[in-house]
Structures are given as structure tokens and as C-alpha cells.
Write a new protein. Structure first.
Length: 189
């Protein structure tokens, strides 16, 4: 009635395919975690902070200079899921995507990346984020101007992660340099 050899072959192929998918998934997960670890190290944080769920999101929001409540918005999908509010999951997912866009926007500014990098990160963050960590050419620019509200506050750009910080004394002074005929500098303030 049933061909047991064919069923055995199909089951073997299914198990083999499942093993291949599991290996690829684990390899991508390891690639992501190590890349995120290196990104956190570039940002001056401990690499171990990248591997703790939810806390890593908090630290990421902190290092990109967003306000604390963006962390809560990033967790809205998880919160709605825990509370069993499946009817609001669509809105929760949109909130999570918006938070990720703002995180990726400020992260791209800290690495001097373009808006195209933000778009790539929204769809392929599992690849772009580790690439920032792995790349030796990508340098963390702590003084890069970011916005405390991500893409929604582009007019309010601050040069540090603390929007209320006073400008550096060097920025408050203007120095006019002139070079004398003998090659020495004559500084005037």
C-alpha cells in the first residue's frame, strides 16, 4: 500500500534540510552577536552588554543618543505579546519599526553613513549592524551630530548624546590665524 522506502527517503531529506537550516541559522546568529559585540566595543561599551536581551536594546538606545522612552517604544511589540493583546499587534509592530528606524538613523550618523544605509538597516539590520562592528574602516564618531528623537527631530541636532550639554570651549572661541613672512603663526583672538 505505502512505499516505505520512499517515505523513509522523504523523511531523511526533510531532516537533512532541517539540519542545514539550523546550521545556517546558528551561523547567522553567531555572526550577528559577534558583530554587535564589536559595535558596542567601538561605541565604548562593554561587549557583554550586546548579548543580554532587552538590556542590549537599552544600551543601543543610549549609545545612539535617543531619549529613554524610545526603548519603551522598541519594546511595544513584546509588551503587547506578553499582555495577550493580539488585536493590537499590528500597531505594536509599527511602533517597533519606527523605533528601529530612529535607532538606525542615529547609528548611521555616528558611523558617518548615508540615509541609504538606514533603509538597508531597516530591512537587513541582521547584516548591516554586524558589518559596522566587523569593519576596520568604520569608525565610531562619538561627536557626530544626532537627534534625540531620531528622524522626527532633524532640526534639533546636538553634537553629543546629551542634548543639554554646553558647547565645548573650543567651539565658543574663534581664532584667526595669519602666517608671518618668516613662516611663524600669528594668532589673534
Amino acid at each position: 500500500m505505502y512505499d516505505t522506502e520512499a517515505l523513509t527517503a522523504m523523511l531523511g531529506a526533510a531532516v537533512g534540510l532541517l539540519v542545514v537550516f539550523a546550521i545556517v541559522f546558528i551561523a547567522l546568529l553567531v555572526f550577528y552577536v559577534i558583530g554587535l559585540w564589536k559595535l558596542f566595543k567601538k561605541a565604548g561599551k562593554g561587549g557583554w552588554e550586546a548579548i543580554i536581551p532587552y538590556y542590549s536594546t537599552w544600551v543601543l538606545v543610549e549609545i545612539v543618543g535617543l531619549q529613554w522612552w524610545w526603548f519603551v517604544i522598541a519594546l511595544v511589540p513584546t509588551i503587547l505579546n506578553v499582555l495577550g493583546m493580539d488585536s493590537l499587534s499590528f500597531l505594536g509592530n509599527i511602533a517597533g519599526i519606527v523605533a528601529n528606524v530612529c535607532i538606525y538613523y542615529n547609528l548611521s550618523k555616528k558611523f558617518n553613513k548615508s540615509t541609504g544605509w538606514v533603509v538597508l538597516s531597516v530591512f537587513f539590520g541582521f547584516i548591516t549592524i554586524p558589518l559596522l562592528g566587523y569593519s576596520k574602516n568604520e569608525v565610531w564618531n562619538a561627536a557626530a551630530p544626532v537627534t534625540p528623537n531620531g528622524v522626527f527631530d532633524a532640526k534639533n541636532v546636538s553634537a553629543s548624546t546629551n542634548a543639554s550639554a554646553a558647547p565645548a570651549p573650543e567651539a565658543q572661541q574663534t581664532v584667526n590665524q595669519t602666517v608671518n613672512n618668516d613662516g611663524t603663526n600669528n594668532n589673534q583672538q
